[in-house]
Design a protein around this ligand. Structure first.
Ligand SMILES: [Zn+2]
Ligand SMILES: [Zn+2]
Ligand SMILES: [Zn+2]
Length: 527
């Protein structure tokens, strides 16, 4: 569906720059929504609406509020209205939903991913967000911790993988106890809905899958301890004295695999001891290679004994999958060059991408597959069984005083994973809050409108451009009206603009990369 093409309307501008010089593509819409879009385009206040939509970055589901923000001068007692929703033609103020997930809001997830990118890059390359450039010299690795196998699944090979692209070629054709093949000669594409599905649902160990996923974060915590011990051993010092020599900083993210289980990707960095201060250099004799070796050893060694998932089961020993990967990260590594090292930008890109995904985003086609349904059913069944289990009543409680699997039922939508998606150690780099307030300051500085800035944080602490922070008290009086655009047509328009803007940025980034590679190879051929 194409709405405007001949004369681009600058009011309907994509958030964050660029001009809409192409047709805006809207997905197939129902006649009702289509009528709403047309009505918006013909409405008297279309420009005011477009302006408001742009100010929330074309968020798909903004929060609607009514009220005002007052700025009180504490010296004189003078009160002025800094911003009021009455000032808008719609009479309503909007703020972004702020959701990190792409499937919920394209615009806000992009902002989240971009903040993540800056946060990760700063910690790996320095020279930004208060992190010194010297961190780039610290030993660093980008590591992956996988989940073990719980049964054969169909796999889609990534383009560029060496070897056969067939799913599971086997010379000896054996059937499983349920009479199903244990081989598959098909080459599945990345979006083939069968990728990630078990070859036999009855053979697949769903209990094992859910028990592992529920303990994955705990396994990570133990891994960190094990990594410290291993490093201490390599440095020939007692593990209890490692803090006096170095500290391990990290940023990590959980990524759902097509089979519905998570992997952890982590950037690990070695710093000096904590009491010397943030970003202190580690001792000279530790290297990225030593860190990578310690990582592999710790990842293989770490285990957890998980309580039996019900009276009819045994305790399980949980560990990470055999595939462990750790690659050094260095500032000198450049994209497109043949090196084993990764650059800080590449690592930041991986982590930012994974951080805006969730269980629902494994692939759009996978949400309701029999496999995902079986995992969710297992979560529900184990949660119930554990509530009534005699064995588990007597099982030792965890450090927070909880019985095993006590909270499992809450994590069905996460397929049993109760952890945080993206976490980092306190001294890795800056914080999300710091990035947000930096962005707000930047927006305020850029904005010459007299009230656009207040929209960034209606009840927050930004009184405006020229107010004195020490003597101005900001009071927000806001009433919640609802969530989302008033009509589905408005939501469709906002989302289409957000998608346009995302794709436009991707194209620009790809073009920049292309140019860089061309320049690099031109420079090389001149040498
Ligand atoms: Zn949003
Ligand atoms: Zn297959
Ligand atoms: Zn079977």
């Amino acid at each position: 569906m194409h709405y405007w093409s001949s004369k681009p309307d600058k009011r309907f501008r994509p958030a964050g720059g660029g001009t809409l010089d192409q047709e805006l593509q809207l997905p197939a819409l129902s006649p009702r929504v289509e009528a709403e879009v047309v009505a918006r385009m013909l409405s008297r206040d279309r420009e005011a609406w477009a302006d408001q939509a742009a100010r929330v970055g074309h968020c798909s589901k903004p929060v609607r509020l009514r009220g005002r923000t007052l700025a009180v001068d504490t010296r004189t007692g003078q009160v002025r209205t800094a911003y009021a929703s009455d000032w808008e033609e719609s009479g309503v103020a909007f703020i972004r939903c702020g959701n990190r997930r792409e499937s919920v809001c394209v615009a806000c997830s992009r902002e989240y991913a971009s903040d993540t990118w800056h946060l990760i890059r700063a910690g790996a390359a320095g020279g930004d967000k208060g992190v010194p450039t010297s961190v780039a010299e610290h030993p660093m690795v980008f590591a992956t911790l996988t989940a073990p196998s719980f049964g054969l699944v169909h796999s889609a090979k990534k383009p560029g993988t060496v070897g056969s692209t067939r799913c599971r070629p086997r010379r000896t054709k054996q059937l499983c106890p349920h009479g199903r093949p244990t081989w598959c000669m098909t080459a599945h594409g990345q979006d083939d809905p069968i990728a990630g599905q078990p070859l036999c649902h009855e053979c697949y160990d769903y209990d094992g899958h859910v028990v592992w996923q529920y303990h994955a974060s705990e396994l990570w915590h133990r891994f960190r301890t094990a990594l410290g011990r291993d490093l201490a051993r390599r440095l020939a010092i007692p593990a209890t004295r490692l803090d006096e020599v170095l500290s391990i900083q990290f940023a990590k993210v959980a990524e759902y695999q097509l089979r519905g289980i998570i992997h952890f990707h982590a950037l690990l960095r070695l710093d000096g001891p904590k009491d010397v201060g943030a970003f202190a250099p580690p001792p000279v004799h530790v290297s990225a290679r030593m860190l990578a070796e310690a990582f592999r050893a710790a990842a293989r060694a770490v285990t957890i004994t998980a309580a039996p998932a019900g009276d009819d089961q045994e305790a399980r020993i949980l560990r990470f999958g055999r595939q462990v990967d750790a690659r050094p990260v260095s500032r000198t590594a450049r994209e497109g060059l043949d090196t084993q090292d990764l650059s800080p930008e590449q690592v930041a890109g991986y982590i930012a991408k994974y951080a805006s995904k969730s269980a629902d985003d494994i692939t759009p086609t996978m949400r309701d597959t029999p496999h995902v349904k079986a995992i969710k059913d297992t979560v529900a069944r184990l949660a119930l069984a554990c509530a009534t289990s005699v064995t588990l009543r007597e099982w030792p409680q965890d450090s927070k005083g909880r019985r095993p699997y006590e909270t499992l039922g809450k994590w069905e939508h996460m397929l049993g994973f109760p952890g945080h998606f993206a976490t980092k150690s306190r001294r890795y780099s800056t914080t999300r809050a710091a990035i947000r307030s930096e962005r707000r300051r930047f927006q305020i500085a850029r904005s010459n409108r007299d009230h656009a800035d207040q929209l960034q944080d209606l009840a927050g602490t930004d009184p405006g451009q020229d107010a004195d922070e020490e003597t101005t008290l900001v009071v927000g009086q806001w009433e919640y009206i609802g969530m989302g655009w008033v009509t589905d047509g408005d939501a469709a328009l906002a989302t289409a603009l957000a998608v346009w803007s995302r794709d436009h940025r991707r194209e620009q980034a790809a073009a920049r990369r292309h140019l860089k590679t061309e320049t690099a190879s031109a420079a090389e051929s001149e040498e």
